[in-house]
Design a protein around this ligand. Sequence first.
Ligand code: FE2
Length: 408
Amino acid sequence: MTTMTPAPAVQTKPGTDPLQLIDVDHVRFHVGNAKQAAFFYAHCFGFQIDQVCDLTTGSRDTAIYLLTQGNIRFLLTSALSAEHPAALEVAMYGDGVKDVAFTVFDAEKAFERAIKNGAVAAPGGEPRTVKDAHGSITTATIRTYGKTVHSFISRTGAYDLTKVKQGALFAPRFKKMETGAGSAVLTINDYNRKNPCGLKYVDHLVGNVEMGKMNYWVKFYEDVLEFTMFKHFDDKDIATEYSALMSKVMASGNNLIKMPINEPAEGKKKSQVQEYLDWHTNTPGVQHLALRTDDELHSIAALRARGVDFLTLPDAYYDKVWARVNKMLTDHGHQAVKEDHQKVRDLGILVDADDEGYLLQLFTKPLQDRPTLFFEIICRRGSQSFGKGNFKALFEALELEQERRGNL
Ligand code: FE2
């Protein structure tokens, strides 16, 4: 059985800092067809299709599905008319992440502080409260890179996040999915409960920005959200013969969430970050969400069985990886990688180590037809870094994919 890893540093008592983050409230995606996307993420990644907010609950402009797994909450939003901003954004950028929303103690105060720190309110982002007899939700939203936003969410009564985690309704106008006998939702939710994929929470979330803009957005996260720099890599770390990128990792005060920011770097051929931008209407956005598991072998085997497409590394990767990783671990007094080496290889999982321990990770191919958003499935055994030792092998694998798409 897997050992439980609690989500990082979830705050329970308000301090004096209005930007103190309690949790990642949810990640909202804009998608072309939320009903169908819900079944894709449920089938391929094991999410529960838990709640819905649509015409049947009085929502006239959007349909929203709440998908849950562990402490991960995705809201899949589709517009119900051509004029709705979500419809325009899907037309421009394809399906992707719109909002990385943080639970805070007081959304209005968090928003005021962020604005004072230099944030710009998203259209319609001023604090607004939705309430009913059971409780309330206050949301306030600021812009970040491209069309991406951050909402601050504060909750009262039945909509408190701890209650939502226990199965309470997410917000007014949401209802539990109809799960009468024989319903497709009941069938898939039931299957997923019995066959869990083991995804626990969002470990990190990576943004791609334009060349020359990484430091601008680093400063934005420092100034506006009061994040600090966690690690940084330059193009010497992240380059192959052909393509390169630069990356800096920003972390919230309590390390609740880490947000690496990538920009393309000059190489002989096209950077993967530039490929993303080319297919994202030259607009920055979220490149990948890393979802944390306590058991990489189990999660990857389960996801592969469900049909998730992962990046494939050349088999030669495993000729060198164990010596490299285990030397790093023994040099720093850590135990060697405990997972069965053959199983790691059979499942195509990547391994890396640093002075604090090791990690196992694997990257999906793009989740939609455009080569934009993908997921990473990550398991940490002490290491708090991002798999720097894998970058070269990974980029070579990505270049092969880019070549197949005619984008190198
Ligand atoms: Fe990552």
